[in-house]
Write a protein that binds this ligand. Structure first.
Ligand code: SER
Length: 962
C-alpha cells in the first residue's frame, strides 16, 4: 500500500523537524496587506522580511533560522499563473500545496541539496535513476556566473548527463518584479518507462516534470531593477505536493491521488456525471466529448479547492482584483458543469464538504466557517446561473455565425455583450471559442471595453489608477517617498522627484531634465517627502494641491504603488519641472476623512458589542462623505440593534477618548487581547496599533487586560482624529445585505450625522402627530412624509420606524375612505324614506325626484337601489351639488334610474339624463335602467330636477293605458 498524501505531508515536515527546522503554519492564501500580490504564490512569501533582514531580530519570527511547512498557494494571476493549463493536463493547478524548507542565513547549498536527495531517494525510495537536476547556467546581461557550486554538488550524486544547466527563466527564481531572489536548482523526475526522457526536462511534457525547486537566495531585486547581494545567504525550497503524491502513489496524474479522489467522488455524486476516466484532449484517438467530461472533472475539482481556501481565508468573489479572479474561476467551473456534466442548477457549493473533509486536518482553518463559504459560493453560482443559459445561447449563435462566414473568429461585439450583459469573463469566452476551434476578436473586444470604460469615466471621475503599474524602467529612476508626515502634517515643503505622463497611446513616460508639464496636462507627481495619504486600508487617497509661486497642480487622488507616493491630477497653472521645490497642501476634506475613519473603528467595536464576536470585517471604504463597512452577520439588523450600535459609538465619542497609535513588533501586538485585525490578513513585521482610549504601551505591558471590552484596538495605518470628541456624532444611514451572510452599513460623522439624526427625529415626530391628529389631515401629511423619506438622508433606524409609521398611516387613510363611503350611504338611506313617502305616483309607477346632500356617486347608487326596493315600479332622478375640494371645483352630479318594466314604454334612464344635463352644464349617459351625468354648474341642479320631473310625468302619462 503506497503512502497516503497525509503521510507524505507529515513525513516531509518531520524530516526537516529532525534537522532543526521549526514548523511554521501556512500563511493565508490571501495576502490582504499586499495589493501587488494577488494570492500567496510561494511558501517563501511570508518569510520575505527574514530574507531581506527586515524582521525584528529579537522577535520569535526574527530569530527563526530554519523553517518547514506545507504552504497553501494559488497561482491564478500575476507573475505566476497556471490557470489556463488547468484541466488540460495532469499536473497544473490553480490551488496547490508547496512543501518547503527554509534556511535564513543558516545552512546553504550543501545541506539543501543533500537533504533533498536523501528525502527523495532514501526516505521515499524514489528511483535515483529517474531523477534529473538543473542548475543556473549564468547570465551575461545580469553579470551572473554559472552556479558551479550547485553543479558540483549534484555531480557527487548524479551522472553528468542528468545534470542540466538552465537559463535565467528556468533557473533564477524571483517572487515578483522586486524582492529576494537567486539562482535555483530544480529536481525533475523522468516518468517514461524506459528512462528516455532526458531531453524533456523543462519541455512542458507530463512525462518529465519538475518536483522540487531549491532556490539559493542571495540577492534583492531593487525597484531600480538592480540586484544587490544580501548580507546573508538563504535557502528557499518548494516541492509540488500533489506531484510528489502522484509519483509516490504510482499515479499518472495528480488528479488520481487520494488528494483528489474524494472530491471526484463528490462531483460524480452531485452531478450524476459518468465516471471519470482520466482522458486528456491530447490523448490519441480520444473521443472529444469524453475528454471534455474529464476536463470538467479536473477543472471543477481544482477550482472548488481554490474557492474553498480563498473564501475561507477571507476573499469574496467580486468585480475587481483578486475577487474578480475568484469570480472568473467560479464561472469557469460552473460553465464546465453546465455544458459537459449537464447540471443546470447550483452544484459547486455542494462540493465544499468534500474539500474540507480531505484538507481540514492539515488546514484546520477550513473548519472555522464552512457555512459561510458554502453560502458565498451558492449565491455566486445562483447569480451567474440566471444569465448562463442565455449567454451560452448567444455564444452558440455567434459561433455558428462565424462558422457560416467561414471566419475562425467570434466577433468582439459578441464577446463584449457576453461580458457586459451575461457576465461571461473574456477568458471564459475564449475557452468556449477554442473548444470550437475559433478565436475571439480580442482587439475589437478591448476597443469596446475601452469605450465602455470611457463612458463610465465621463460619468464619474477620471481613472487615477492609470499610473499605478509603472514599468521598472521608470521606477528605477525615481527615489522612494518618505510619507511619515501624513500623520502629522497637512502642508509640507517637498521636492519633485518624478513626473510621469501618459502618451496618447497610454504609454507612461518620465519627464526628463528640461521637460515640463503644461497647464491642462494630467500626470502623476512623485515627491521626496509627502504629507498626502495614499489610498490604503479602505481609506481613500487625499485630494489637494501642489503649489509654488505661479504654479498650481490639482491633486485628484493619491496612490502608492510600492514606495512611491503618486499625486495624480492636472496642472492648472504654471510649468512643473522635475526637481522643483513645491509645497504640498492637503485638502481640508481630510479632516472629515479622519473623523470617518476613527468613527469606523468605534463602529467596528460597537458591532461586536451588540451583535457578538462572530462579526468579522469584510471590507471598508472611508472617504470624506461617509464610512462604509462590510461585515459578516447572518440577518438584517433590527432598528433596536442599529440604535444600540449608534448609542455605544456616541458614548465613546462623548467620553472624548484620546486616540493612541504606535508602531510595534507584530508579535507583541498580537498578544493584546481583543485586538481586531481583518480575518486572514497578513500584517508586516512591525505593525501600527491604533487604540481608542488605552495607551498602546499599557496594552503591551498588560496584554491580558480587560481594556479590549472597553476600547477599540485595531491594526491600522490610516489617519485618525486625536480625540474622539472631534468625531462629534455618529449615525448609521443604511443597512443592507450585499452577499449571503454579509451586511453593508453606511455611517456618517460630524455635522452630516447630526443633520441626519435630526431629520429622522423630526419626521418620526411628524408621523406620530399625524397618527394622533384628525384623520382628515393624514393624506396631505402622508404625501409629504413619503416625499421626504425618498430624498432625505436619515438614520437607518429612523427609516425602518418611519416605514412602519407610513404603513400605519396608510391603513388609517384606507379605513377613513371606507368609513366615509359607509357614512355617506347612511345619510342617503336616511333620506330615502322621506323621498319615497313624498313620491308622486302615476298609475302604479312612482316618480322620485330629489336633491340629496353632498355624497359620492357610490352612495347615491345605494340610495337609488333602496328606493327601487321600496317602490316597486319607479322612475328616479337624484341630484347632488358637490362642494369644491383642493383638487377640484364645485360640480353637479345627476343619477337617473328606472325599473325595467318602464323601459318598453320608452322611458329610459339614459334619455332622461340627456334631457336634463344641459341645465348643469355637462353631459352623461348610461344604460336604459341607470345613467348618470356630471356638470360644472352645481347651481343648475334644482332646474335639472324640475325639468326631469316634468319629462317623467309626460312620458308616463303618454304611456299610460287609456
Ligand atoms: N520559491 C520557490 C518556488 O516557488 C521555491 O520555493 O518555486
Amino acid at each position: 500500500m503506497s503512502k497516503t498524501a497525509a503521510e507524505i505531508r507529515r513525513e516531509f515536515i518531520e524530516f526537516f523537524q529532525q534537522r532543526g527546522h521549526e514548523f511554521v503554519p501556512s500563511a493565508p492564501v490571501v495576502p490582504h496587506d499586499d495589493p501587488t500580490l494577488l494570492f500567496t504564490n510561494a511558501g517563501m512569501n511570508q518569510f520575505k522580511p527574514l530574507f531581506l533582514g527586515q524582521a525584528t531580530a529579537t522577535s520569535a519570527f526574527g530569530r527563526l533560522k530554519r523553517a518547514a511547512n506545507s504552504q497553501k498557494c494559488i497561482r491564478a494571476g500575476g507573475k505566476h499563473n497556471d490557470l489556463d493549463d488547468v484541466g488540460h493536463d495532469t499536473y497544473h493547478h490553480t490551488f496547490f500545496e508547496m512543501l518547503g524548507n527554509w534556511s535564513f542565513g543558516d545552512y546553504f547549498k550543501v545541506e539543501a541539496i543533500t537533504w533533498a536527495w536523501e528525502l527523495l531517494t532514501k526516505v521515499w525510495g524514489m528511483a535515483p535513476e529517474r531523477l534529473h537536476a538543473t542548475y543556473f547556467g549564468g547570465d551575461a546581461d545580469e553579470g551572473l556566473a554559472p552556479d558551479e557550486e550547485a553543479r558540483d554538488l549534484w555531480r557527487a550524486l548524479l551522472p553528468a548527463e542528468r545534470i542540466h544547466p538552465g537559463n535565467k527563466k528556468d533557473n533564477f527564481w524571483e517572487m515578483g518584479d522586486t524582492g529576494p531572489c537567486g539562482p535555483c536548482s530544480e529536481i525533475h523526475i523522468d516518468l517514461t518507462p524506459d528512462l528516455s526522457g532526458g531531453g524533456l526536462v523543462n519541455a512542458g511534457d507530463a512525462r518529465v516534470i519538475e518536483i522540487w525547486n531549491l532556490v539559493f537566495i542571495q540577492f534583492n531585486r531593487g525597484p531600480d531593477g538592480k540586484l544587490t547581494p544580501l548580507p546573508a545567504k538563504h535557502v528557499d525550497t518548494g516541492m509540488g505536493f500533489e506531484r510528489v503524491a502522484a509519483v509516490l502513489q504510482g499515479r499518472k496524474s495528480n488528479y488520481e491521488t487520494d488528494v483528489f479522489a474524494p472530491i471526484f467522488s463528490a462531483i460524480r455524486e452531485v452531478t450524476g456525471a459518468p465516471a471519470y476516466t482520466g482522458a486528456l484532449p491530447t490523448d490519441p484517438g480520444v473521443d472529444p466529448a469524453r475528454a471534455l467530461v474529464d476536463v470538467s472533472y479536473r477543472v471543477i475539482a481544482d477550482h472548488i479547492r481554490t474557492l474553498t481556501f480563498a473564501i475561507s481565508d477571507g476573499a469574496v468573489p467580486d468585480k475587481e482584483g483578486r475577487g474578480y479572479v475568484l469570480r472568473r474561476i467560479l464561472r469557469r467551473a460552473v460553465r464546465y458543469g453546465w455544458q459537459y456534466l449537464h447540471v443546470h442548477e447550483p452544484f459547486l457549493y455542494k462540493l465544499v464538504p468534500a474539500v474540507t473533509h480531505v484538507m481540514a486536518d492539515a488546514f484546520p482553518e477550513l473548519r472555522a466557517r464552512p457555512g459561510e463559504v458554502i453560502a458565498v459560493i451558492h449565491e455566486e453560482e445562483a447569480s451567474f446561473g440566471r444569465t448562463l443559459e442565455r449567454g451560452i445561447a448567444l455564444f452558440e449563435e455567434a459561433a455558428a455565425n462565424a462558422e457560416q462566414r467561414h471566419a475562425a473568429v467570434v466577433q468582439g461585439v459578441d464577446a463584449f455583450k457576453l461580458h457586459d450583459t451575461y457576465g461571461f469573463p473574456i477568458d471564459l469566452t475564449e475557452i468556449m471559442a477554442a473548444e470550437r476551434g475559433l478565436r475571439v476578436d480580442i482587439g475589437e473586444y478591448e476597443r469596446l471595453m475601452e469605450e465602455a470604460r470611457a463612458k463610465a469615466r465621463a460619468g464619474g471621475r477620471d481613472d487615477t489608477r492609470e499610473f499605478v503599474h509603472l514599468p521598472q524602467e521608470i521606477l528605477s529612476r525615481i527615489r522612494p517617498t518618505d510619507d511619515a508626515a501624513k500623520y502629522t502634517h497637512t502642508r509640507l515643503a517637498a521636492q519633485v522627484t518624478g513626473i510621469i505622463r501618459m502618451t496618447p497611446e497610454g504609454v507612461p513616460v518620465l519627464l526628463g531634465a528640461g521637460e515640463s508639464l503644461r497647464p491642462g496636462d494630467r500626470a502623476a507627481v512623485v515627491t521626496d517627502h509627502t504629507c498626502f495619504y495614499a489610498e490604503a486600508g479602505g481609506q481613500v487617497g487625499d485630494l489637494g494641491e501642489i503649489v509654488a509661486p505661479g504654479l498650481r497642480f490639482e491633486v485628484e487622488d493619491t496612490q502608492r504603488p510600492g514606495h512611491y507616493v503618486q499625486h495624480v491630477g492636472t496642472l492648472v497653472q504654471g510649468a512643473l519641472v522635475p526637481g522643483a521645490a513645491v509645497e504640498l497642501v492637503v485638502d481640508p476634506k481630510r479632516a472629515a476623512i479622519m473623523r470617518n475613519h476613527s468613527g469606523t473603528h468605534l463602529l467596528n467595536w460597537a458591532l461586536r458589542e451588540v451583535l457578538g464576536e462572530h462579526v468579522q470585517q469584510k471590507g471598508s471604504l472611508v472617504d470624506p462623505d461617509k464610512t462604509r463597512f462590510d461585515f459578516s452577520h447572518p440577518r438584517p439588523l433590527t432598528p433596536e440593534e442599529l440604535d444600540r450600535i449608534e448609542q455605544l459609538t456616541n458614548e465613546q465619542i462623548a467620553r472624548d477618548l484620546p486616540v493612541y497609535a504606535a508602531e510595534v513588533p507584530q508579535e507583541e501586538a498580537l498578544r493584546i487581547r481583543g485586538l481586531r485585525a481583518v480575518f486572514g490578513e497578513r500584517y508586516p513585521d512591525r505593525v501600527r496599533v491604533l487604540s481608542i482610549g488605552a495607551p498602546v504601551e499599557e496594552l503591551l505591558a498588560d496584554p491580558e487586560s480587560a481594556a479590549w471590552r472597553a476600547y477599540s484596538i485595531e491594526f491600522c495605518g490610516g489617519t485618525h482624529v486625536a480625540r474622539t470628541a472631534e468625531i462629534e456624532h455618529f449615525v448609521l444611514t443604511t443597512e443592507e445585505g450585499i452577499a449571503k451572510g454579509i451586511r453593508r452599513i453606511v455611517g456618517l460623522t460630524g455635522a452630516p450625522a447630526r443633520i441626519a439624526a435630526e431629520i429622522g427625529q423630526a419626521l418620526e415626530q411628524r408621523a406620530v402627530a399625524l397618527l394622533a391628529g384628525p384623520p382628515s389631515e393624514i393624506p396631505a401629511g402622508l404625501a409629504e412624509l413619503q416625499n421626504t423619506l425618498q430624498t432625505a438622508t436619515l438614520t437607518a433606524s429612523s427609516r425602518v420606524r418611519l416605514r412602519a409609521q407610513v404603513a400605519a398611516l396608510q391603513q388609517v387613510v384606507k379605513h377613513e375612505q371606507k368609513s366615509a363611503v359607509a357614512d355617506a350611504a347612511g345619510v342617503v338611506l336616511a333620506r330615502v324614506a322621506e323621498v319615497v313617502s313624498e313620491a308622486e305616483r302615476i298609475s302604479d309607477t312612482a316618480i322620485v325626484v330629489a336633491e340629496f346632500p353632498d355624497v359620492p356617486l357610490e352612495a347615491l347608487k345605494t340610495g337609488a337601489d333602496a328606493i327601487k326596493q321600496r317602490c316597486g315600479s319607479v322612475a328616479i332622478l337624484l341630484g347632488v351639488r358637490v362642494a369644491a375640494t383642493e383638487e377640484q371645483p364645485a360640480k353637479a352630479l345627476l343619477l337617473a334610474a328606472v325599473t325595467p318594466d318602464l323601459v318598453p314604454q320608452g322611458l329610459k334612464a339614459g334619455d332622461l339624463v340627456k334631457a336634463v344635463s344641459g341645465h348643469v352644464g355637462g353631459g352623461g349617459g348610461g344604460s336604459p335602467t341607470m345613467a348618470q351625468a356630471g356638470g360644472k354648474n352645481p347651481d343648475g341642479v334644482p332646474a335639472a330636477l324640475s325639468v326631469g320631473a316634468a319629462w317623467l310625468r309626460e312620458k308616463l302619462r303618454a304611456g299610460r293605458p287609456q
